[in-house]
Design a protein around this ligand. Structure first.
Ligand code: ATP
Length: 287
């Protein structure tokens, strides 16, 4: 199936349902390769259906045990809220959000969802409720249908088609001679960056998780495509707790709150207008 599939299979053996639900994550391959084997504790419970109240309590993290990357983060996110994380490259945005699906464990501090500590929930039951949409979408050689169904194995045709429609893949599918049965990837139709992102979005619609992590694309898309994808992402975020790793300031003005990070710390939190008026780091970034 190609070089990308193998590490997934390896991990899948360890963490049964996990890779299915993942639409990809920036450096996802890397994360999979380096991920320590996280085992469920003896008292870990099956997570109930989560609302998505997320709390970081004095959370710190270091990759190598020496250099701190995340430093004492305190942050409470309400269920349904959309929070955008901004800040210079290397500030720790991706790392902070990678702690939520437990790609990594905090070095100190606690993270809870709906008041339940992450480590108190079985990993599968937690990860089933977190959707990831990133620019580096993992597509395997197979039909478009199978690639979308990766969001939730066992989904019906109707559900897959509806997810594709919500991700604004409808017109593309209609233009393909074999529709959802079209083979994509190396041996089939090559999808553009924007189309791949829509597949990732369709997977997330299908998965229907209460918590969503969006790693916004840095790659350039034409402005029409960008608008369509933004519209699909906005629709996807409705009713979910949505954490956006934002690279383009223009797209985060609608976030309920913006968290500005620098060197592993939160330096400002607030709404776009308030932060601009404040004239601090965010104002300078968005200047
Ligand atoms: P960007 O906007 O460029 O994505 P970011 O704010 O998301 O940046 P991170 O990707 O979280 O920042 O990186 C924070 C720091 O952690 C950086 O110094 C980076 O080099 C380091 N880092 C990231 N991933 C790893 C890893 N797997 N192992 C070791 N160090 C890492």
């Amino acid at each position: 199936v190609g070089v990308f599939y193998r590490p997934l299979e390896k991990i899948a053996a360890v963490i049964e349902t996990y890779p299915r639900g993942i639409a990809g994550f920036r450096r996802y391959q890397e994360l999979l390769a380096t991920e320590p084997e996280i085992k469920d504790g003896p008292d870990a419970i099956d997570a109930p259906k989560l609302r998505g109240d997320i709390r970081f309590d004095d959370v710190s993290f270091s990759y190598d045990g020496a250099r701190p990357i995340i430093k004492g983060i305190d942050l409470a996110i309400r269920a349904g809220e959309t929070v955008a994380f901004v800040g210079p490259s290397g500030a720790g945005k991706t790392t902070l959000l990678a702690l939520l699906p437990r790609f990594y464990e905090p070095t100190s501090g606690h993270i809870t969802v709906d008041g339940i500590p992450l480590e108190g929930m079985k990993l599968n039951s937690l990860r089933r409720q977190i959707g990831l949409v990133s620019q580096d979408v993992f597509l395997f050689g197979g039909t478009l249908r199978d690639n979308i169904a990766y969001g939730r194995l066992g989904a019906s045709d109707g559900e897959i088609f509806e997810a594709a429609r919500q991700a604004q893949l409808g017109p593309m599918i209609e233009n393909l001679p074999e529709g959802l049965d079209t083979v994509v990837g190396e041996r089939g139709v090559m999808l553009s960056g924007g189309q791949k992102q829509r597949v990732a979005i369709a997977r997330a619609f299908l998965k229907n998780p209460p918590i969503l992590i969006l790693d916004e694309a840095t790659s350039a898309l034409d402005s029409q495509t960008e608008r369509e994808i933004q519209a699909a992402l906005d629709a996807l975020a409705v009713g979910r707790t949505t954490l956006v790793i934002a690279h383009r300031l223009g797209t985060i003005r609608n976030a309920d709150r913006i968290v500005v990070m620098q060197e592993g710390q939160i330096v400002e939190v607030g709404q776009h207008g308030v932060l601009v008026e404040q004239g601090g780091v965010y104002a300078a970034l968005s200047g």
